[in-house]
Design a protein around this ligand. Sequence first.
Ligand code: GUN
Length: 292
Amino acid sequence: MAQILDGKKVSSDIRSEIKSAVSAFIAKGEPVPGLAVIIVGDDPASKVYVSQKKKNAEEVGFHSEEIKLPHNASRNQIISEIQRLNNNSAIHGILVQMPLPDQSDQQAVIEAISPRKDVDAFHPVNQGKFLIGIDSFLPCTPAGVIELLKRYLVEISGKKALVIGRSNIVGKPMSLLLLRENATVTIAHSKTKNLESEISDSDIVVAALGKPHAIKGEWLKKGAVVVDVGMHRIDDPNAPKGTKLVGDIDYGNYTDKLAWYSPVPGGVGPMTIAMLLSNTLKARNDLCRKTV
Ligand code: GUN
């Protein structure tokens, strides 16, 4: 019988640990971590994500700011908000919710964030540090996957790991983090031949291809550890609201043969926010240390 990688529980444990650290700062009269989230336009999914980030930041006692900019905000407007936050000593973490309405500005906006406040770890300075293994922020979703596996003492070292998807936010950094944990890593993508046989040969599978139920439970190896990063809302006439959340994996009746698996919802999703909070705490500690 497979065991569940319960991201809801683990993220709640991490948030409690962060909350204790914040209480200690307050008791000593020291600054609490401050997180600013910038949202441009009114994409409904982005609004949900941003409100969850703000709510979680407030629950652990962080100072939290949400900056809402209109859909037609210019690149300079966004960058001048970022510069204001770069210079604000009460803010230690800055996040710009992606995607931006005008995707062409995305890279310039990312690069305007001070690398020391880049809690998403999207800035090229942090990506470069991460690539060569220098202390840096880790991208939230892949770091959340590793943390989830570690908290359940799942062995990664020496295992054959398959990452499905090669995005800059998840697939690429996920493969690097698994490599750092001494897995033998393969990256599968849209041009991979025989995905099914790659999957059936892998001890650890991380699905981050962004297609609902694209991976079938029957393809997974007996005793595999499986993590589903996908998150899709699909129609379901039997669900109370007519829709439901599903991942990239259709486990079907095949969970019994697995060693560990992460569900959707309640798997990786809550871990991403926990890692964002953890990066913000790290930013606060690094910045406060530097100013002493
Ligand atoms: N959009 C989808 N995922 C993310 C994320 O991790 N960070 C930001 N800033 N935007 C996103």
